[in-house]
Design a binder for this molecule. Structure first.
Ligand SMILES: Cc1cc2nc3c(=O)[nH]c(=O)nc-3n(C[C@H](O)[C@H](O)[C@H](O)COP(=O)(O)O)c2cc1C
Length: 182
């Protein structure tokens, strides 16, 4: 599989089979995340793998409520990864103050996508989850105040093998060459 083929088979998976996931497989996903680039190489991420039923259930229940229920699928994910962020090292903190660009969140996004692409290569399905109750998750995981929960990733072997067509803007609407108008 070449890189573009891998990008095309990576899709958000919200229904999982109960095939167990080997630790070595998750380790390779973590290795892909570890090798991600980051502003000033600050590596402001950590990945907490949650796979014990009780804790996983608590984390899953922090991603939906009576009003917003679209993340209920997370209850059936064999693994939930909690991606936490610190605000980076001194250099990036100063850089962020000057430019107002939240480099640490860009870094988290890149590392999370590295994780998901390696997972796709392993035949695993993933779904990034950005809607959750951070306060609840921090409490369940006894997290310190200086860390934030930036993203969750649901992981499991997909129930179905079908790959959806991607709904995306055409290249002409998302890129320009030199000074041509969008
Ligand atoms: C930062 C981020 C947060 C997301 N949050 C959620 C979420 O809370 N729930 C969900 O079901 N999907 C979530 N998604 C998945 C997107 O809906 C999905 O990536 C997008 O619709 C494109 O579909 P695809 O991933 O299948 O290509 C999130 C994706 C990203 C990148």
């Amino acid at each position: 599989m070449n890189f573009l083929e891998l990008v095309k088979i990576r899709q958000s998976v919200r229904e999982y089979s109960n095939i167990p996931i080997e630790k070595e497989t998750i380790d390779r996903c973590l290795e892909a995340a570890r090798l991600s680039p980051s502003a000033c190489n600050s590596q402001p991420w950590s990945f907490m793998i949650i796979d014990t039923p009780e804790l996983r259930d608590k984390i899953a229940r922090s991603t939906f409520n009576e009003l917003v229920s679209f993340n209920k699928f997370s209850l059936n994910a064999p693994i939930l990864v909690v991606v936490t962020a610190t605000k980076g090292n001194l250099k990036t903190k100063v850089g962020q103050m000057i430019t107002s660009i939240p480099y640490y969140l860009i870094d988290i996004g890149i590392a999370a996508e590295h994780f998901c692409l390696q997972a796709a290569e392993e035949g695993l399905g993933t779904c990034m989850i950005g809607w959750f109750n951070e306060k609840k998750i921090k409490k369940h995981l006894h997290m310190s105040k200086d860390k934030m929960v930036a993203l969750l990733i649901a992981v499991g072997y997909p129930k179905s093998e079908s790959i959806r067509n991607k709904k995306r803007k055409p290249i002409s609407e998302m890129s320009t060459f030199n000074l041509t108008d969008l």
